[in-house]
Design a protein around this ligand. Structure first.
Ligand SMILES: [Zn+2]
Length: 342
C-alpha cells in the first residue's frame, strides 16, 4: 500500500564550514536478527500532583516548538535555502536537496522539508507532530543500499528516559558516559547545528539524516564537526561531557522527525546496543505524547509553602514562576490558591 521511491541528491553548493570527510569510521556492529526485536509499547507517564490544562511547553530549554499558524508545509518553497544568520561566523551554508516519496498515492516532495536549513534552531519546521496522520516507512538499515547505523555511544546505558520529568517533558534519552568518551553519528547525514546552549543542551550537535530523522547529541565537552559537514554512521562527532543544563556527565540523545521528537527507545534497543528494526514504521502514535507534553500544569498551594519551596519541588526557577503567574518578588501567595508551574 505504501510505496516508496527515493531520489536523493544533495549538492552542497557552498559551505564555508564544510570540511573534509573524516577518513576513519567505526563500523557499526551488526546482528542477524536485530530487526526482529519488538519495540516497546508506547507509554507516557503523567505527573500525579498536577491538574491539566491545554497549552505549550519547551524542552531542554533550547527550542520553541510552538506551531506557527502561518507555516504551510505544502506551500511551494525554493529548493535552495540560505541561512544568513550572522550571530555565529562561518555558518553560511547553501544546500540543494531534491527527494520524492510516494505516500498513499500522494506525491510529496521532501524538498519542502529539506529546504528548511537552519543552523540555529532545533525545530525550524514548525510542524505540529500531534496532527501527523500518515504512516511512513523509513529505511534505517539496508546493506544493499549501504544504509548503515551506529549506536551513539560505544556502550549505551540509559539513566533517564524519554517522557514526563518533573514539570517538564524530557524529549530525549540520557545515556551514561564519562567526560571524554567518544560520541558517534547514528546514521549517515549532514551536520545542521553545532552550537552552544548554556541553559539547555550545552555543546550540542544536530545531524540531518537521509532516512528522514534528525538526531541531537547534547552536553558534549567537545564538538568534532562543523555545520554542513557530511558524516557517516559511526563517525566520531564529539566527546561526551557535562555542559549546559546538566548535573553529571551524560549524553542527551534525541531523535526527531520534522522537528518533533520521538522516543529513541522505539528506534534503538539501548540495553542490547542495537537497532530495533531496519525499517522504521513512523505512525501518529509516536506523537501522541505531544498532547500531554504541552499541557499547562498547576499546583494548589498548601499552607507553609513558599515560592522557593514550590520552585524546588517542580525543579523550576522562582523567576519562571514569576513569569508564568505575572508575579514579582513582592507578591504574596495564599494557601488554597492555584499557581501555574508550567
Ligand atoms: Zn536529557
Amino acid at each position: 500500500m505504501i510505496q516508496k521511491k527515493l531520489l536523493i541528491s544533495v549538492t552542497i553548493l557552498y559551505s564555508i564550514c564544510a570540511t573534509q570527510m573524516a577518513m576513519s569510521q567505526t563500523k557499526p556492529k551488526q546482528s542477524k536478527d536485530f530487526y526482529q526485536t519488538k519495540a516497546p509499547s508506547i507509554k507516557n507517564n503523567h505527573s500525579d500532583t498536577t491538574e491539566l490544562f491545554e497549552e505549550e511547553d519547551n524542552d531542554e530549554g533550547a527550542e520553541d516548538t510552538t506551531p506557527q499558524k502561518d507555516y504551510n508545509p505544502r506551500k511551494e518553497m525554493s529548493l535552495v535555502s540560505e541561512d544568513t544568520s550572522s550571530e555565529q561566523e562561518g555558518e553560511l551554508s547553501i544546500v540543494e536537496v531534491a527527494e520524492e516519496i510516494k505516500i498513499d498515492s500522494t506525491w510529496i516532495t521532501y524538498a519542502e522539508y529539506f529546504a528548511v536549513w537552519d543552523s540555529k534552531s532545533v525545530n525550524p519546521y514548525k510542524i505540529d507532530g500531534s496532527k501527523f496522520s500518515d504512516t511512513l516507512y523509513l529505511t534505517l538499515y539496508d546493506t544493499v543500499n549501504n544504509f548503515r547505523y551506529a549506536m551513539p555511544l560505544g556502550n549505551c546505558k540509559s539513566t533517564s528516559l524519554f517522557g514526563q520529568r518533573h514539570s517538564r517533558w524530557h524529549y530525549g534519552i540520557d545515556l551514561d558516559l564519562e567526560t571524554g568518551d567518544a560520541v558517534f553519528a547514528s546514521f549517515d547525514g549532514m551536520v545542521r547545528i553545532c552550537q552552544y546552549d548554556g541553559r539547555g543542551y550545552g555543546n550540542y550537535v544536530l545531524i540531518r539524516h537521509y532516512n528522514g530523522f534528525e538526531t541531537l547529541y547534547g552536553h558534549l565537552s567537545r564538538q568534532d564537526v562543523k555545520v554542513g559537514q557530511l558524516v557517516h554512521a559511526g563517525e566520531q562527532i564529539g566527546l561526551g561531557g557535562n555542559t549546559g543544563r546538566s548535573t553529571g556527565s551524560h549524553l542527551h540523545f534525541e531523535i526527531r522527525y520534522e522537528g518533533n521528537a520521538i522516543n529513541p527507545e522505539h528506534v534503538y534497543d539501548f540495553s542490547s546496543n542495537k537497532l530495533r528494526s531496519k525499517m522504521f514504521k513512523l505512525s501518529p502514535e509516536h506523537f501522541e505524547y505531544l498532547k500531554s507534553a504541552r499541557k499547562v500544569y498547576y499546583h494548589r498551594i498548601k499552607s507553609g509553602e513558599t515560592l522557593s519551596s514550590i520552585a524546588r519541588k517542580y525543579r523550576v526557577s522562582v523567576n519562571t514562576l514569576y513569569k508564568l503567574n505575572r508575579m514579582s518578588s513582592r507578591s504574596v501567595i495564599r494557601a488554597g490558591r492555584k499557581i501555574r508551574i508550567r
